[in-house]
Write a protein that binds this ligand. Structure first.
Ligand code: ADP
Length: 345
């Protein structure tokens, strides 16, 4: 388990100015978890994740891995502890003048040449580039370079893999393939993975739990489903909005689209699912039960962490009493109803 308690890391730009890169962060990450840390650029994510392996030594606070206080380790002990924490980066950080085999072999110590070759081959098979051992980094695609970096990070059979914007330099398709590989490795090896990213899509794709970071602090943490379906902090809401089609309704309204022109008596609302068990045909049921027309303008429902997240934008048409009853029904089903425009009032 990774346990951070009240971790503080400041940088001193000059005598009078210091940057609170990590400002009193406490966090627990369980074994075998894929944990996301999301935030805008400059939020402190990199610094925080580098505090886990003490690449950055916190000014104060506690960093425990499996109950061992990292801050108290002597240099030799710290070196050893770090071999059990792999790390990958946005820019891959491969050595250009060495082959794939030499890059992956780099962290391997106290082994014979044959043992090293066997271990590297095993690792390259694991990351699905078994035929690249004699290639140089310049001969590889971005996705293949990241696979080499992952193989190198796994060389000492770490228990933890830290991923610092590992897919940010990759196109969406390659990003998907690398995230799938990380998921497979997590399953196959039971390795704990900490993913830091500015992309909500990445968190949505592979993490079960996540923390949102802003100005050095963690402003929201929990399971990804809840963060997505019911974000509390404005910054989190902004992140979630970047991935939802439901926000397109504002564009349609601004563009005066005929799709969203209300007739007298109509009401337009966003219905947002905030619980994991929405499976009933809620639109058609409410339409029949309360005798209202419910027209779907936009819908965006997807599976996050194994559960449905999203909602619809609808226009209600009918006697106001009936519309109100339908809305009350939705609320009783834990669906958040946000009125966007009301032509009936
Ligand atoms: P993120 O990973 O979320 O983009 P960082 O952890 O890289 O954020 O940076 C957090 C803040 O700390 C930023 O204001 C950044 O400029 C500053 N910072 C990071 N590393 C250093 C450093 N080595 N020296 C001075 N300031 C730094």
């Amino acid at each position: 388990m990774i346990e951070l308690e009240h971790v503080v890391k400041n940088f001193h730009a000059d005598k009078n100015n210091s940057i609170h890169a990590v400002n009193d962060v406490s966090l627990k990450i369980n074994d075998g978890e894929i944990f996301g840390i999301i935030g805008f650029s400059g939020a402190g994510k990199s610094t925080l994740v580098r505090c886990i392996n003490l690449l950055e030594r916190p000014d104060s606070g506690s960093v425990k891995i499996d109950g061992v206080e990292m801050m108290n380790l002597k240099p030799r002990e710290l070196y050893k502890a770090r071999t059990k924490i792999g790390m990958i980066f946005q820019q891959f950080n491969l050595m250009p003048s060495r082959t794939v085999l030499q890059n992956v072999a780099y962290p391997l110590k106290n082994m014979t040449k044959e043992e090293i070759r066997a271990k590297v081959r095993e690792l390259l098979a694991l990351v699905d580039i078994p035929d690249k051992e004699n290639a140089y980094p310049s001969e590889l695609s971005g996705g293949q370079k990241q696979r080499v970096a992952i193989a190198r990070a796994l060389a000492n059979d770490p228990k933890i893999l830290l991923c610092d914007e590992a897919t940010s330099a990759l196109d969406p398709q390659t990003t998907g393939a690398i995230l799938q590989l990380l998921k497979d490795l997590n399953k196959k090896l039971g390795i704990t993975i900490v993913v830091i990213t500015h992309e909500m899509e990445v968190v949505k794709n592979i993490c079960r739990k996540a923390a949102v970071m802003h100005q050095g602090k963690i402003i929201e943490t929990g399971d990804v489903f809840t963060i997505f379906s019911d974000p509390q902090h404005q910054i989190t809401k902004n992140f979630v909005r970047t991935t939802s089609n439901l926000s397109k309704i504002e564009t349609l309204i601004n563009d005066n689209s005929p799709m969203v022109k209300l007739k007298p008596g109509e009401l337009m609302a966003r219905l947002v699912y905030i619980h994991a068990d929405v499976s009933e045909p809620l639109i058609s049921y409410a339409s029949r039960a309360f005798d209202v027309e419910i027209n779907i303008i936009l819908a965006d429902v997807e599976i996050v962490a194994g559960a449905m997240v999203g909602g619809t934008v609808v226009i209600f048409n009918g006697p106001r009493e009936n519309i109100n009853r339908a809305i009350e029904y939705y609320k009783s089903k834990d669906i958040r109803v946000e009125v966007i425009e009301d032509a009936g009032a």
